[in-house]
Design a protein. Sequence first.
Length: 269
Amino acid sequence: MGDVVSGVFHVAARGRVYLVGAGPGDPELLTLRAVRALQSADVILFDDLVSQQVLDFARREARKILVGKTGHGPACQQSDINALMVKLAREGRRVVRLKGGDPLVFARATEEIEACRVAGIAATIVPGISAAQGAACDLGVPLTGRGRARRVQFVTAHAKDGSLPDLDWRSLADPDATTAVYMPRGHLAALVEKTIAAGLSPDTPAAAIVNATRENRRSIVTTVRALPAVATTLPSEGPLMVLIGAALDEVAQRQGRDPSSHRMLQHAG
C-alpha cells in the first residue's frame, strides 16, 4: 500500500498527484510549495472555489480542468474526479488536485489519497491556509485567546447526502470553544437552533464571512440568535464561513457596539 514519509506516499514510480491547498482565496497566501507544484504541473484539476488569481500561478502549458464541488448544487461526482486523477497520473503526468483552503479540512482528501494508493500512484500533500484562518484574519481576531477560548473546533453543516449532520451539539455549545462552521448555507438556522437548545447562550458573538481574504469579501458580526437572519443579507455567491464563540468579543469591543446588534464590515481590497 506504500508508506508515508513527510506527507509523501511512496509507491510505484509513475506520474504523480499533488493534493494542493489553494488557501481561502488571496493568491498571496499560497505557500511556496504550492506555487512550485502549480508551476510544474501538467494538468490541474481545480474546484469552483479556487480563484483565477491562484490559477494564474500555473505554468502556461498546464491543462486546467474544472471539477466543481461547492458543497451545494450540481457538482462532479467524487468517483469521477478520482478516476480522472488516476488516469492522468497513469499516463505519466504531474497532476495537481487544487482545493480551496487546506486539502485536509473537509475537502475529501481521504477518498483521493485512497484512490492513489489503490492505483499505485505517488501522492504528495501540500497544505494550505484554511478558510477558518482566513476568515479570522479578515475579522482581526484570534481563534483562541486567554480567558475567551481554550480550543477550536471545525465542523461542517453539510453531510454527504446534503442534510445537516448529526453533530455533537454539547461540544458546539461549549462557551470556551471557538467553532468554525464550513458549508453552512441551507442549514444555518437548524444548526443554530440545535446549538442553543444544547446550552449555548443566544447572545454568544458570531460572524458570517463570504469570500474570506478576497477583494470582494464581506462579513457581519452579530449574535448567535440573529445569525441565520443576518447571514441572508450577505452575497449568495462565494464560500461562506461562520465563526461562533467568545473570541469574537474582541471585534465587537473594537466596534464599540451593543453585542445584541450587528454590523456589516466593509473590507478594502
